[in-house]
Design a protein around this ligand. Sequence first.
Ligand SMILES: *Cc1c(COP(=O)(O)O)cnc(C)c1O
Length: 432
Amino acid sequence: MKIPLTEKHPLIGQMAENRVVFWPNDHYSAFQPDSSSSILKKEDIMEADRRLRRFAPFIEAAFPETKAQDGIIESPLVQADDMKEHLGTRYGVTIDGALHIKSDDSLTVSGSVKARGGIYEVLKYAEDLALEHEMIDLNEDHGQFDSEKFRDFFSDYTIICGSTGNLGLSIGIIGAALGFKVVIHMSSDAKQWKKDMLRGNGVTVIEHEDDYSKAVEEGREEALRDDKGYFVDDEDSKPLFLGYAVAALRLERQLEEKGIRVDEKHPLYVYLPCGVGSAPGGISFGLKHVFGDAVHPVFAEPVHSPCMLLGLITGMHDEVSVRDIGLDNRTIADGLAVGRPSKFAGKLLAGDIHSFYTVQDEEMYTLLAELYDREHMKIEPSATAGLPGPAILHQNLNRSELQDATHIVWSTGGSMVPDEEWQADYMRGRGE
Ligand SMILES: *Cc1c(COP(=O)(O)O)cnc(C)c1O
């Protein structure tokens, strides 16, 4: 007889009732770098890092706002003492250790964490094509990609992707800058301003009544019909994942610069908003390769879309959808409105994610307003999902595990949100 999913684990019943949950991952175990069974290795991350450096002259030329960073798209790490105080009070705990915010909301070019994976994958595709057609070799200046010759060449090719919004923005902006045709399949929950901005960049936007998985499916089918079409598969892309993983190498340097120690006695807890699992998965994969067992990745999902959590807790990964436990996958956290997780991130990282928790939509609005009032940071609702993390861990772990810890809340998007839109979110968070 088939056991109903909600009876497989007591937590699933609570999830099905739209309640917030915390799950300490039963499979969490010592990190095994480059085990033979691993489909990706540290060298893959290093290669991605080298590729992004090769493209720095192009990025700098095509996006002058990246000049100050020499064409490397990276975000600051900001210590947030006032917010830490506030979170302690809000959730009734005293948070040990410093709280830092990794501010991907302010990433240049596309204003969200997707500026890591999405841009990397398109650059890799462009480089592969250019190498194949002997337009460049690896030692030549990649500033040449910013030229009519290259744009003309790429204009024969189409990049296609399915997105809830931010990935589409990222792929659309970088794809258009290189001269590609770009087609983005958007789910019904994608924000109007994101569609408008893409169309303004010459990108074709196709809207779907269904949710994100359907948008991805349509995109995949379209790419199959086009022999000069390339599909960025958010559910199953290694390059995308590796682009995210490079963040760990950058974070290592930022922590060094700030004199923050990370070792077994000084653990690092990193709180990551999770949609399909590619961004938080890639970042965690990179972090484990850099810091090993001293780093503990914690994933945050909306109460209505806890797809990675459901995939891990059942061991069914992409074989299960939140709809199978009666959830509607409707959340205001657009980057996180995903009902079915990545085809490989959960399997690859099953033993490497410390824990999961879920967040209510209203809580995200409140945190958005609180963060602005305390730290003057303007982020989008989904990007706040990491903020309750440190307090939730204090409520659920032994103090000894959190002693001398550093907490990093990954803020995943926001700077491209039009001001009126952000003001409305802020007012809602203030309860006005
Ligand atoms: C996409 C996105 C995430 C999560 O990334 P996934 O790869 O879908 O897990 C988190 N926050 C924001 C703002 C995003 O756009």
